[in-house]
Design a protein around this ligand. Sequence first.
Ligand code: NAD
Length: 367
Amino acid sequence: MITEVAKASELHKIDPVFGQLSFDNHEQIVFCNDKDTGLKAIIGIHNTVLGPALGGTRMWKYTNEWEALNDVLRLSRGMTFKSAISGLNLGGGKAVIIGDSKVDKTPEMMIKFGEFINSLSGKYITAEDVGTTTPDMDLIRDVTPYVTGISQSRGGSGNPSPVTAFGVYMGMKAAAKYQFGSDNLEGKKILVQGTGNVGETLIDHLTKEGALVQITDINEARLKEISQKYGAQIFTGEDVYSAPVDIYAPCALGATINDATVNKIQAKIIAGAANNQLANEEIHGKILKDRGIAYAPDFLINAGGIINVYAEIVGYDSAEALRRTENIYNTTLEIFNFAETNSITTHQAALSIAQKRIDDRKKENAK
Ligand code: NAD
């Protein structure tokens, strides 16, 4: 008898790419190989209806090529919806380089990768992601214009994290308006999980507004530093998810809303920066809805970074990037109301509004 696993591997043999679990009618998937530098990369171009596919390059020690392929397919699809919902004229793309960034990465490898990007003539534009840095983007810039996130001295837009945090703050305020009737966060108990680049700026905004911020991080030194700097209380409870707070802000890892946590959450709002917060978009999104928890879709409220990077392409200034990021407030409210009217989850609502924008543009383009 063939097991489920065996069936899946049989499927791989028949449809190694288009049959992948995360394949979602991607337009183009480019496999890049260079023997001399050891480069093995995959560029996933999900959709270019709204514009060139923009998304970062992740360098990761994948355990096998299927994992890398699935990751690039999943991430590039996510970028399509993030840019579409943010009103940007960008499509969705992402790249992965297979390898350990600390051990395997060389300038020659990055330059070679830049040449592959250049060969796509602007259909894909890259940026930093996990395992790649601004200096890497500068190397890529030497061989192609199709890169963002380069040094400010070379015309780049700088660190996107503060802008991302501002967008999360705006999304959280909109969620409060919807859930509590007021967007004033003064006195609200807010648990921020992850005090890194985005978490820190978010904590800054929240403490300035008078919220009662509690923080958690696996990095003890960082936790103490942020606590002292902003007067935020270090979370001392046993379990982050059952903490009696008003708002939970996941700013560390993805998939924290999962089978083990979703029914424990006491917060009335979830609004944070982490990507892919729902372990299963449909199942966990629905449970949150049924439990009356207002979930601000991650790919909508953490889009400040890409809005900032977009400025590098279209040439607007940082004030305009902030104005567009501020608008996350209005879009989040619109999505909460759309979800309520149509009895769907906020995640589904955001996806369907984004998809409509793509479909409308496709119709326009066909005229
Ligand atoms: P970061 O690496 O600077 O910070 C992450 C923090 O989370 C670190 O301090 C780390 O110690 C902590 N952490 C890790 N595991 C934890 C755990 N189990 N519990 C508590 N804390 C834990 O990352 P960042 O740039 O601040 O990004 C935060 C999240 O937002 C990530 O998921 C990232 O993918 C997402 N995001 C970031 C941006 C951006 O502009 N930086 C944009 C969109 C999405």
